[in-house]
Design a protein around this ligand. Structure first.
Ligand code: UDP
Length: 369
């Protein structure tokens, strides 16, 4: 019988890719998501339970519903800038609701958790690339709430024997290759992440992207980040989970490529990949941003045997570009072709949770701005 895995936040960007990877690896996927930022049409792998982490009764129902062997927890708000202006939102959802999940896991005897943490827990680097034993002094509420969860996990681990893998992501980007027909990718509303915003600036006539800060202590003055393909992240989750299911202890792992690219280099890469010019404007620093975040992921390599398959920035940007083009296509279909089209959440084969498709209307023959 397939092992059941609960994917909390599985309708979101990274969660949906993890659900896909789990499904492909032969697991029985159960997604729990309140669809507040996730997408019903990303629910293409496994079963779905609509619920909120703040709702303990909903969590109890899900955890009682089967024999859940492990939980992957992706459900969180993710905008560093917003966390500075609205910290309560981050502490309530990312921290307090996670406490609910941990207590529910404890009470229902689910002993394995894989948690989406972040390189933002390190704060301003004292040495680079960042290793897992680097001091953690986050400089924004997003990072502080994630670090608080890391502490909570360790305390639950000591008190109740909960095993946990803490996954510290660097900058997730890219999308599942279109050839897989997965129809999942980065789709935030509003979008705040660099790569999709630069791609949109390139793709839309009159578009432009703002660069936040040109006075960082980096060669070209813009921030440096370590971009990691979302499918590589997803694979690391499956490997980490299998390690725990095999009885290995929990761990904390950086997930990055160890390659730093500045904002300007990302803009140049987008121009190269798309063949389109990108107009930029220079803005002040964004509150909460660290100048350089680049990770050393050698622990994930040695403990999990993890080797990113899509490490090259051009490959990452190329897959994000393919996804943005798909989104344009869907936008046209959804705007002009929804009347008489299949219901949202069903595809033409009647399979539940497929991407909404139009039965008629313009195809990919025009773009919307
Ligand atoms: N960034 C930017 N303009 C944008 C969005 C992001 O210059 O419109 C910069 C941001 O300041 C950071 C980098 O791009 O240095 C990556 O930001 P993103 O929001 O993609 O991820 P984060 O590093 O905040 O997780």
């Amino acid at each position: 019988m397939k092992k059941q895995i609960l994917v909390v936040g599985g309708a979101g960007y990274i969660g949906s890719h993890a659900a896909m990877a789990l499904d492909a690896a032969g697991y029985d996927v159960l997604v729990f998501d309140n669809l507040s930022t996730g997408h019903a049409d990303f629910l293409r792998f496994g079963r779905f339970e609509n619920g909120d982490l703040a709702d303990r009764a909903a969590l109890d129902r899900v955890l009682e519903s089967g024999d859940i062997r492990a939980i992957m927890h992706f459900a969180a708000f993710i905008n560093v800038g917003e966390s500075v202006s609205n910290p309560g939102k981050y502490y309530r959802n990312n921290l307090a609701s996670t406490l609910n999940l941990l207590e529910a896991a404890r009470d229902h005897g689910v002993g394995n958790i894989i948690f989406s943490s972040t390189c933002a827990t390190y704060g301003t680097p004292q040495s680079l690339p960042l290793r897992e034993d680097h001091p953690q002094h986050p400089i924004n509420p997003y990072g502080r709430a994630k670090l608080a969860v890391e502490w909570m996990l360790r305390d639950f681990s000591s008190a109740y024997g909960l095993r946990c893998c803490i996954m510290r992501y660097f900058n997730a980007a890219g999308a599942a290759p279109a050839s897989l027909g997965a129809r999942i990718g980065e789709r935030h509303d509003p979008e705040t992440h660099l790569i999709p915003l630069v791609l949109r600036a390139a793709m839309h006539p009159g578009g432009k992207v703002g660069i936040f800060g040109t006075d960082y202590p980096t060669e070209d003055g813009t921030c440096i980040r370590d971009y990691i393909h979302v499918c590589d992240l997803a694979e690391a989750h499956v490997l980490a989970m299998e390690r725990m299911l095999a009885g290995e202890p929990g761990t904390a792992l950086n997930l990055g490529n160890g390659l730093g690219y500045s904002v300007r280099e990302v803009v140049e890469c987008v121009q190269e990949v798309t063949g389109l010019p990108v107009r930029v404007e220079y803005n002040p620093r964004r509150p909460g941003d660290a100048g350089i975040l680049v990770g050393d992921a050698s622990r994930a390599a040695s403990e999990l045997g993890w080797r990113p398959k899509f490490a090259d920035l051009k490959t990452i940007v190329g897959s994000a570009y393919d996804w943005e083009k798909q989104l344009e296509h869907f936008k046209v279909e959804n705007t002009y072709g929804r009347a008489g089209a299949e219901k949202c959440g069903e595809n033409s084969e009647g399979k539940k949770h497929g991407f909404p498709r139009a039965a008629s209307g313009p195809r990919n023959d025009r773009k919307l701005s």
